[in-house]
Design a binder for this molecule. Structure first.
Ligand SMILES: C[S@@+](CC[C@H](N)C(=O)[O-])C[C@H]1O[C@@H](n2cnc3c(N)ncnc32)[C@H](O)[C@@H]1O
Length: 246
């Protein structure tokens, strides 16, 4: 198998996610799990209500809306025009814009916070995105990213190209689970002070592969029990990378 390209193929990414918008249903997690991700953003960034926050890779806007409800002055950004249109239809009170995390349409130093909403693992080389996040945040601004963890056995077996059980159903060729230390290193190089955290017990609502859908209750059960144990922390399914711009 050929090595993944170092540049994200934007057209393939847009075509893939525009296709999801057509189904009018693209909320990956259950409502409780989405709320836990947003709680983690609030806890790790410590940003007060009223802070200007961008939800990057917002998809159909489920996290953008939760961030708005948490009191932030929020804007959702996504590369898929159809998902952005869906977000605007679902949450008319929330601001959404089309855009690319590698070329952000925000002035330098204009944001207090950034949520990288399951998007870093869609970038074969996230350093351009990290530089853009560093540019648009003010000094003292914070970001949190969440991404699937390559150290988690399920994520590796199902979603890593090196696994014999890899399934390409429901993923773009740009994406793969991350190693926490790689993401941390990219954002440190962009100038951030970085810490790494992990999340388990996020129940999926949607998986594209019908085989995986059959196994979903087992995955959700094992994840909530085994990977909830403290000793299993680095193997939990999601990596949270948090950073502060000095
Ligand atoms: C895994 S989905 C996450 C969607 C949503 N945040 C959620 O968790 O339900 C990744 C999202 O990132 C968006 N995306 C991928 N590459 C992007 C880029 N270069 N710039 C902006 N958004 C991008 C996709 O269109 C997609 O909506």
């Amino acid at each position: 198998m050929s090595a993944p390209a170092r540049q994200q193929d934007k057209q393939k990414e847009i075509a893939f996610f525009d296709g999801h918008a057509a189904a009018d249903e693209y909320d990956v997690f259950t409502p409780d799990s989405s709320a836990r991700i947003v709680d983690a953003f609030v806890r790790l960034t410590g940003l007060p209500g009223g802070a200007r926050v961008a939800d990057l890779g917002c998809g159909s806007g489920v996290f953008t809306e939760l961030l708005s409800r948490a009191g932030y002055d929020c804007v959702g950004l996504d590369i898929s025009p159809k998902l952005v249109a869906l977000g605007r239809r679902k949450y008319p009170m929330v601001e959404f814009i089309e855009g690319d995390v590698e070329h952000l349409p925000f002035p330098s130093g204009s944001l207090d916070g950034v949520m990288l909403s399951g998007v870093v693992h869609h970038l074969p080389d996230p350093s351009r995105c990290a530089a853009e996040v560093a540019r648009v945040l003010r000094p003292g601004g914070r970001f949190t990213a969440f991404d699937p963890n390559r150290m988690n056995p399920f994520m590796w077996l199902y979603r890593d190209r090196s696994s014999p059980f890899y399934s390409a159903v429901g993923v773009t060729e740009n994406e793969r689970p991350v190693l926490a230390r790689d993401v941390a290193a990219v954002f440190e190089r962009a100038g951030f002070r970085v810490s790494t955290h992990y999340l388990s017990g996020l129940a999926y609502r949607y998986v594209a592969s019908s085989r995986a859908r059959l196994l979903l209750p087992i995955y959700n059960f094992i994840d909530a029990t085994i990977f909830g144990l403290r000793v299993m922390e680095p193997l939990r399914p999601f990596v949270l990378t948090a950073g502060e711009k000095p």
